[in-house]
Design a protein around this ligand. Structure first.
Ligand code: NAD
Length: 319
């Protein structure tokens, strides 16, 4: 099949593309290589995933149209977005333009070409300060507390509208903090590992008891591929959580990284950041039942895999 992955030069996208190529699909990617983090990392990902590159911006309708005309995808995995909660508080317009208008541009390009199958990257942040745990797909999502989360809610709603009006089959995946080799450098596991390794101080927001459901990249890739298969035989919008369904306290996470690096962290304690949620915790009953999703990598093993990759990467960069 011909599959387009938007944001394919990013962390999750590049892993998804490698897996799709291994399955024998013909893949292409659209990415604008913006400087949210080092574009050189994204360039490396794009050059090493074996896919056809279209350099363009999903906020620009003409770019999206040209990309679809050139690559003629039969299915789309839409991952391109401004990710991350904290910058969305100061760059709200950019987040809305990319995550909402950009998503609309993708849906419109699909509608006008009768492309029916879409997997959309949503986020656990849509649950906001949900009190009920674990979070399940049927929980109301009216408690979002960051602009980023609001753009993902809007994206899900646009997917719902287009699937309803134009007979598309859409899976929206609520990813729970994804980590692993090539993880975004702004995310805690990557940032902490780098700073601890350099003997520098890390900032711990809150008292260390905030809890997250961390999901290893291979498990996310498995869920994305299963979702793509799911769109073949279903119509309408279906929402799934992709997490490990286990929570880890921030201080426990730090000590796992310390153990893997064999270096003690210097910790600076700071107040909780606005927009950050105290807890994420995925109920994955539905994903297991309908997708056959079955995460395999416990955090202890995943952190070791991440730190091994980090050491290799550091060696390559310093040579
Ligand atoms: P990433 O930043 O590594 O990848 C996103 C890619 O999209 C980047 O390569 C970026 O250059 C590209 N992009 C951004 N704006 C664009 C634009 N206007 N036009 C074209 N390309 C553009 O992030 P990621 O961690 O791989 O996340 C992928 C998706 O998963 C995002 O939609 C994100 O919101 C979602 N998500 C990620 C996590 C996580 O923990 N990593 C959690 C929940 C949801």
């Amino acid at each position: 099949m011909r599959i387009l992955v938007t944001g394919g030069a990013g962390f999750i996208g590049s892993h998804v593309l490698l897996a799709l190529n291994n399955q024998g699909h013909t893949t292409s990617l659209i990415d604008d290589f913006n400087d949210f983090y080092a574009p050189s990392l994204k360039r490396w990902n794009a050059q090493n995933c074996g896919s056809i590159l279209f350099e363009g911006d999903i906020r620009v309708k003409e770019d999206v149209e040209r990309c679809f005309d050139l690559h003629q995808p039969e299915a789309v995995i839409h991952l391109a977005a401004r990710a991350g909660v904290r910058p969305s508080l100061t760059q709200t317009q950019l987040y809305v333009d990319t995550n909402v208008t950009g998503t609309l541009n993708i849906l419109e390009a699909m509608r006008s070409r009768h492309i029916k199958r879409l997997v959309f990257a949503s986020s656990s942040s849509v649950y906001g300060c949900n009190k009920k745990v674990p979070f399940s797909e049927s929980d109301p999502i009216l408690k979002t507390i960051s602009p980023y989360a609001a753009t993902k809610v809007a994206g899900e709603h646009l997917c719902s509208v287009y699937s309803h009006l134009y007979g598309m089959s859409v899976v929206a995946l609520r990813f729970f903090t994804v980590y692993g080799p090539r993880q975004r450098p702004d995310l805690a596991i990557h940032k902490f590992t780098r700073l601890i390794n350099e003997g520098r101080e890390i900032s711990q927001f809150g008292d260390g008891t905030t809890r997250r459901d961390y999901t290893f990249i291979d498990d996310i890739v498995q869920g994305v591929l299963q979702s793509l298969s799911y769109t073949k035989d279903h119509s309408g919008l279906e929402v799934f959580n992709l997490g490990e369904s286990r929570t880890v306290e921030l201080r426990e996470l730090i000590s796992l990284i310390e153990d893997s690096l064999e270096i003690k962290a210097k910790i600076r304690k700071l107040p909780m950041q606005p927009g950050d949620v105290p807890l994420t915790y995925a109920d994955i009953t539905k994903s297991k039942e309908l997708l056959g999703y079955n995460p395999q990598t416990p955090i202890e093993q995943g952190i070791q895999a991440f730190v091994s990759w980090f050491h290799e990467e550091t060696k390559v960069i310093s040579n």
